[in-house]
Design a protein around this ligand. Structure first.
Ligand code: TRP
Length: 445
């Protein structure tokens, strides 16, 4: 049977909350039990370092999250369960991907842009306090996914863009280093559990560490009750009809209840259930599901060395069976090869693919900026000097958009080149752009 590879990670920067459970852990554990799925779950502790620079917290969170997944039913002998930093191949692939990732693509990452916006609001420099780690976050995430050629990646909505970027880097890598029939990377797809992808927190916004509105998954029962009673509601009185769909109490309830229970609760809302009563039902419903898991969790937390052994064992099997051979093939593909093998290796070459023309921009000793249009080593077009790289870039843009005008005083044809060759080079570039745009549009669907 062709198994689907499903992979997901949790950043070890906090204590698991109900939102993590409903949005990630529970669906992940459920799908791990399917025979047609090969599941990968890992603790994204390299990612944690981007946000958390408190070593004790990173360690504590790693332990809590590992214990949580195990308590929630993950069977480490049936799935790949590991800690990201135990698999150095991920860090190495991160570099290979860094070298194909477009900086412009990373500039558009929501998380990075949000940090810039915050700085602007505070009147700070755009990049104040932003580490290169934050900027490179999507590349590391792509390495997590692509190293194992995962097909599906269950994530929250806020991560969809990261999966799209992983596809983009994979495509660039495949394009550069793969021939027809030799695609190195599978293009991963994000999977969102439609019904319960994001859980509201205590204040009604998405439940998230960053809003400080979470309900810890395994807090003691009395605290769970207290937190649930503190959920913000409107001030409708008992007996007044309440809009279930607009209520965070209802949304939370729905995430834990089956279809029948949900339908009765919806009716109760229409009939004007009191908020206190609705919260009581919510508390009991959640606790019924969580309390057996909480017991397992507490007993695991008391034996951290067992968890350590499970994680190490998972990582070492994974490295031996998948990560190391995969990385060896990728190193080979990019040219990190034993010199002794030079010329003897069967290197896959894209057969007969004509090279695309390129624009090369550069600066001369006279301090001015120039460009050439080249195919392989042959210069088709040579520009005169521009005052700034921007001016040169704009001239290229006009050329690409409007075509080559032989009368253009800023340009001379290369030695032995006729205008016709320049026209067809520009046409080839335009065709390649169109092909990429079409591919992108196709992928977005
Ligand atoms: N970025 C993810 C999050 O914050 C965690 C993560 C890291 C991840 N690497 C991943 C998720 C790879 C899926 C696949 O939720």
């Amino acid at each position: 049977m062709q198994q689907t590879r499903v992979l997901t990670g949790i950043t070890t920067s906090g204590t698991p909350h109900l939102g993590n459970y409903v949005g990630a852990i529970r669906p992940a554990v459920a799908s791990s039990l399917r025979a047609d799925v090969e599941a990968f779950y890992f603790l994204a502790d390299y990612h944690a370092l981007i946000k958390v620079q408190d070593p004790a917290r990173v360690q504590r969170s790693t332990l809590e999250i590992a214990a949580t997944w195990l308590a929630c039913g993950l069977a480490p002998e049936q799935v790949w369960f590991y800690r990201q930093s135990d698999v150095p191949e991920i860090a190495e692939l991160n570099w290979l991907l860094t070298c194909v990732a477009g900086k412009g693509v990373l500039n558009r990452a929501h998380a990075y842009k949000a940090s810039i916006d915050k700085n602007r609001e505070a009147g700070e420099d755009d990049d104040a306090g932003i580490s290169a780690g934050l900027f490179m976050y999507p590349v590391l995430m792509a390495a997590d996914i692509l190293l194992f050629n995962a097909h599906k990646v269950p994530v929250g909505r806020d991560q969809i863009q990261h999966i799209e970027m992983a596809r983009d880097f994979a495509q660039r890598f495949n394009h550069l280093y793969g021939g027809a029939g030799n695609e190195h990377f599978v293009l991963p797809e994000a999977v969102i559990e439609e019904q319960v992808a994001t859980l509201p927190g205590l204040d009604g916004r998405k439940m998230s560490k960053s809003y400080d509105n979470t309900i810890p998954l395994f807090c003691p029962r009395p605290e769970l009750k207290k937190l649930i009673y503190s959920i913000v509601t409107d001030s409708l009185a008992p007996g007044q009809a309440k809009d279930a769909d607009a209520s965070n109490v209802f949304q939370l309830y729905q995430a834990f209840a089956d279809a029948g229970e949900t339908a009765s609760m919806r009716q109760a809302f229409a009939d004007g259930i009191a908020w206190g009563e609705a919260k009581e039902a919510l508390f009991e419903r959640i606790d019924a599901e969580i309390s057996p898991l909480r017991e397992k969790y507490e007993s695991l937390m008391a034996r951290p060395s067992e968890i350590e052994t499970i994680l190490r064992d998972g990582a070492s099997r994974l490295r031996r069976q998948l990560a190391a051979p995969r990385l060896a093939a990728l190193r080979e593909a990019v040219g990190l090869r034993p010199l002794s093998q030079a010329g003897t290796v069967d290197v896959p070459v894209a057969p007969g693919k004509p090279s695309l023309p390129v624009f090369k921009q550069y600066r001369e000793d006279d301090g001015r900026f120039y460009f050439k249009l080249m195919v392989d080593e042959r210069v088709l077009l040579q520009s005169g000097g521009f005052d700034s790289p921007r001016d040169a870039g704009q001239h290229i843009a006009v050329l690409r958009r409007e075509g080559y005008a032989p009368a253009d005083p800023a340009l001379t044809l290369g030695e032995g080149v006729v205008a016709h060759e320049v026209h067809s080079a520009l046409a080839a570039l335009a065709a390649e752009d169109a092909r990429k745009a079409a591919q992108k549009a196709g992928d977005a669907r």
